[in-house]
Design a protein around this ligand. Structure first.
Ligand code: SAM
Length: 255
């Protein structure tokens, strides 16, 4: 069954059919499932991960497609849920060049539920980003392609670019609030997580220039734990990808 805590607002992209699916038996979806399917920009013969009334997941191929209906053919039942039981939101300082697209792609494959780009003292800002790369409009397409490729049941959410303060404020709702920090007096990830089984995890990754000292102070004041990813200095994209994978291993669905 799908654990409630893992489904964020974007559960609307989960294709849920109101029936028990049977392999090789075509099924005509209703309006709600058709609307969710529409979020995936489907084409005939494309396969998607579909959830049936019993919460079981299948791979199903689009056999017919009209504006308000679709016929899906379930051809494979999935042995385990494709979405992680833990809802990870990755807060990423806007990085230089195409690094953010790499983080979106790899984070999607690793089960990130939501990405929130933010601007900090040492990061570039959105205007800079778009002036240099004119690519932020591609981000939703990068997410959709990655979600299709890795057979997600849900398309990860992409939040608006915001200030670090606004990101911290929003992230205070998470059960586990971590910021990846290469400075002194960090926690190990295992100690920071302890025996918790969090539902919602907020991970902050700093920019190429690192966090400013006052930003580190703010994190600590707001109860975020500084966690180390080892003795070496990682690129921002490496920290985002490796940090997410480790969290999925410790509290999520990477055994
Ligand atoms: N202060 C770094 C330096 O001296 O080059 C610059 C920041 S590093 C390139 C980018 C981000 O990756 C950091 O802000 C931090 O979030 C994360 N990071 C890099 N290495 C890390 C480590 N060993 N442990 C935890 N986080 C790390």
């Amino acid at each position: 069954m799908i654990r409630a805590c893992a489904e964020g607002k974007e559960a609307s992209s989960r294709i849920v059919v109101d029936a028990e699916l049977v392999l090789q038996k075509p099924f005509t979806v209703g309006p709600a499932a058709r609307a969710a399917l529409g979020r995936w920009q489907p084409r005939i013969a494309e396969a998607f991960t579909v959830t049936d009334r019993g919460g079981r997941e299948f791979r199903a191929r689009v056999e017919e497609l009209t504006d308000d209906s679709a016929v899906l053919l379930p051809f494979e039942s999935l042995p385990r849920p494709s979405e992680s039981p833990v809802g990870i939101t990755l807060y990423q300082a806007l990085p230089q060049r195409e690094r953010f697209e790499l983080i979106l792609q790899k984070g999607t494959e690793l089960g990130v539920q939501r990405f929130v780009p933010y601007v900090s003292q040492h990061s570039i800002d959105q205007a800079d980003y778009d002036a240099k790369q004119k690519k932020s409009h591609r981000w939703p397409h990068v997410l959709l392609k990655a979600a299709k490729q890795c057979r997600r049941a849900v398309i990860p959410e992409l939040g608006e670019t915001r200030s670090l303060d606004a990101a911290m404020y929003e992230a205070r709702q998470a059960d586990l609030r971590l910021f990846f920090y290469e400075g002194e007096s960090c926690w190990s990830l295992r100690d920071a997580i302890g025996s918790e089984k969090p539902c919602r995890v907020a991970l902050f990754v700093g920019p190429e220039g690192g966090f400013a000292p006052e930003e580190v102070d703010d994190f600590r004041t707001l109860g975020f734990l500084p966690v180390s990813l080892g003795p070496r200095i990682l690129r921002t994209e490496t920290a985002a990808i490796a940090g997410t994978a480790i969290i999925q291993h410790v509290v999520g669905d990477i055994d």
